[in-house]
Design a protein around this ligand. Structure first.
Ligand SMILES: Nc1ncnc2c1ncn2[C@@H]1O[C@H](COP(=O)(O)OP(=O)(O)OP(=O)(O)O)[C@@H](O)[C@H]1O
Length: 318
């Protein structure tokens, strides 16, 4: 069973701006699913469609087998969405926000659960303050608590950790991991690709409204991530045509400090580490230092999209 099945989803905003183009995606029930993409890729549009904030131009979505658009109420009760935009009454206290939200879902507030949410999201100390007196990070955590009030089976988080410090982020993820271990499906967008790689067991990457890949994280990292042998010569190396020919099988790259060679597997399934190392030594002599680096999710993301996960920062790694 899939928590979400998205088929041919498309969105054209006014003035013909196409934000999503024929996206089809399956989110397995119980998965911790990362929806990744650079700025403007269409992530929030997709989440806002799921949250009933944006109307799709085309496509079909089912939640646990139920049609999202024709069975909205059934679906809303099973889904908790943490939006990017903060939107609650500034004069309510966190506790009042949660009680009010429970009412919106038509459930009697479960006081023990509300207290637990405030505790886990480190808002207990601030439970008496008005929402407008909370810091940006606290309001963001209150949004997470709000999405969990009715114990949804699917939790959707749009950039939940933006503006949340490292320590709190870690504790928030521990809580999400616990919910996930208890069977809750979690779909999240984030620009923190290291966190996505560590937390998520499935990943989809979209860019300019198109789905580039969607698979289990392990499969993506096994099939797309490669290993590189770097050789440090303590000087910049510019590859000549002869170097390119001699090292052709290793996709050689010169760098400020030496050379990088892509590793693969020989016919007998062994790593090509020795061949690559020897080929480099034959061209440039023994290096001062050498090592192997496996690409991480950010490298794969950069390769697939051609740019970083956010406009600023997250630049090309060396
Ligand atoms: N209300 C809107 N009206 C018109 N165009 C919009 C609207 N909302 C988003 N867009 C456009 O749709 C495209 C996708 O935007 P979206 O916010 O979904 O991307 P995103 O992947 O969430 O980006 P980010 O990581 O920056 O939040 C962008 O070109 C954006 O300018």
């Amino acid at each position: 069973m899939y928590a979400l099945e998205i088929n041919g989803l498309g969105k054209v905003y006014e003035k013909g701006n196409r934000a999503l183009n024929d996206v089809s995606l399956r989110v397995p029930q119980g998965s911790f699913f990362a929806l990744l993409g650079p700025n403007g890729a269409g992530k929030s549009t997709m989440i806002n469609i799921l949250a009933d904030i944006v109307r799709p131009s085309e496509g079909r979505v089912t939640l646990l087998g139920h049609d999202l658009f024709s069975e909205r109420n059934w679906c809303k009760r099973r889904m908790g969405v943490v939006p990017q935009e903060i939107a609650f009454d500034p004069f309510f206290t966190p506790h009042e926000v949660l009680r009010f939200t429970a009412g919106l879902f038509g459930c009697r507030p479960d006081e023990a659960w509300l207290d637990e949410l405030l505790e886990r999201l480190e808002l207990t100390r601030h439970a008496g303050k008005k929402a407008r007196q909370l810091s940006g990070g606290m309001r963001r955590r209150l949004l997470v608590a709000q999405a969990l009030v009715h114990r949804p089976e699917l939790v959707i988080l749009d950039e939940p950790t933006a503006g949340v410090d490292v320590e709190l982020r870690r504790r928030l993820w521990d809580f999400m991991r616990e919910l996930n271990a208890g069977g809750t499906t979690i779909l999240l967008t984030t620009h923190y690709l290291d966190e996505a790689e560590e937390l998520c067991d499935h990943v989809a990457i979209i860019d300019r409204g198109q789905l580039l890949t969607a698979q289990p994280m392990r499969t993506l990292m096994r099939e797309i991530a490669s290993s590189w042998l770097w050789l440090n010569y303590g000087r910049p190396v510019t590859l000549t045509d002869e170097d390119q020919v001699a090292l052709a099988g290793f996709e050689p790259r010169g760098s400020e400090e030496g050379v990088c060679l892509k590793l693969g597997q020989s016919q007998d399934g062994q790593s090509t580490f020795h061949q690559a190392y020897q080929a480099a030594v034959a061209r440039f002599g023994p290096p001062m230092d050498a090592g192997v680096r496996r690409e991480d999710l950010e490298d794969v993301f950069l390769r697939l999209t051609g740019h970083g996960s956010q406009a600023q920062g997250s630049g090309v790694k060396s």
